[in-house]
Write a protein that binds this ligand. Sequence first.
Ligand SMILES: Cc1cc2nc3c(=O)[nH]c(=O)nc-3n(C[C@H](O)[C@H](O)[C@H](O)COP(=O)(O)OP(=O)(O)OC[C@H]3O[C@@H](n4cnc5c(N)ncnc54)[C@H](O)[C@@H]3O)c2cc1C
Length: 370
Amino acid sequence: MRIVIIGCGVVGAAVAYELSQTPQYSITVLEKTIPAQGATGAALGIAMGVISHKVKGRNWRLREASLKRYAALLPELAAVTGQPVPHNAQGILSLCFEAADLTRWQSLQAIRQEQGWPLEIWPPAQVATVCPHLRLDTVVAGIYSPQDLQIAPKALTEALIAGAQQRGVTLQVASPVVGFEQQGDRLEAVQTESARYEADWVIVTAGLGSADLTQQLQDLGEPLPLVPVLGQGIRVRSPQPLGLATFQPVINGDDVHLVPLGEREYGVAATVEFPEDGSVMPLPQEAALATLWQQAIAYCPPLRGCEILETWYGLRPRPQGQAAPVIKLLAAGSNVILATGHYRNGVLLAPATAQAVVDLLAAESRRDKG
Ligand SMILES: Cc1cc2nc3c(=O)[nH]c(=O)nc-3n(C[C@H](O)[C@H](O)[C@H](O)COP(=O)(O)OP(=O)(O)OC[C@H]3O[C@@H](n4cnc5c(N)ncnc54)[C@H](O)[C@@H]3O)c2cc1C
């Protein structure tokens, strides 16, 4: 079975990696530039599973499936590629500033306990012992999730695609998809500027680019509108580790994350900036970045003494009119699968998305044969 995957961000790479375990599949990944240059290249890779307030339904099932898969996937990738994928397994600590929010955290803790996931609620004094760098006078509790993690998105994507290539997947870089050949309600081939790829199945993992591609495929199924939501971040270097060198979790205060990156470097991210009314593309707002920085300094004052190494931004693909992510057939009976629109959680959800695609493809193949 010939499968063409369009786009090699973290989602396309994860799909290629998981599908490559089926030897009957002949897989080609077509990437417009090089892997991990889109949203994936701008992400910090925080995997907020247990600490998210999603407790049931598809969104929780995907988060939980990803967390479980990551536990095996990271050592597997290290073994396959000979290189560890940098990740932080010291958990996520979320600061709670409102006493009124504590009840919500306590009920989440009870649900997680039933689901078999630990979630700890620490009084400020306990937070102070392990995180002496944080300003805690307005903090009522620290919510600590030891099993959530953070993974370096570029290294992860590169490891996934390298692992897939070792199992026979072909990656074509600098190969933007520009057109399709159709026969009835099925695609027959995918065209880049310089080549044509015949396909039994096409999987669209093109992030924001998926909107244009589904527009081109509108004879086969509904186009998928995606809104670009801009996120800015700041990378800094501290003269010494912030807090204890032995305990460097990801810290979250009011949705502003402080992410240890090793070598006394930290990422502070990310703003959430929608396109202004009437515009299709948001531009990075200086004021939003300044607010992010002030919010981070408010709970972590030693950031003031850090050297700012760079600021960056990226665009998150947010589906319009349906929940993120979109993992489904373009239309019943078509041979196109959409695995895209991951908005703020593509790194977290890539393994579960890949598994969902594997399952969907297997189910459709059985149906075709039946
Ligand atoms: C600042 C910021 C911080 C973030 N932090 C986190 C985080 O901490 N945790 C988390 O889970 N998520 C985070 N995200 C979200 C995450 O980055 C995305 O959800 C995820 O990267 C989406 O992955 P993707 O593979 O679908 O898309 P992308 O990474 O955008 O990859 C799509 C690929 O498709 C290619 N492509 C597009 N069109 C075509 C075409 N026509 N032909 C061929 N190739 C094509 C592109 O070149 C690109 O390489 C963050 C995002 C931003 C911007």
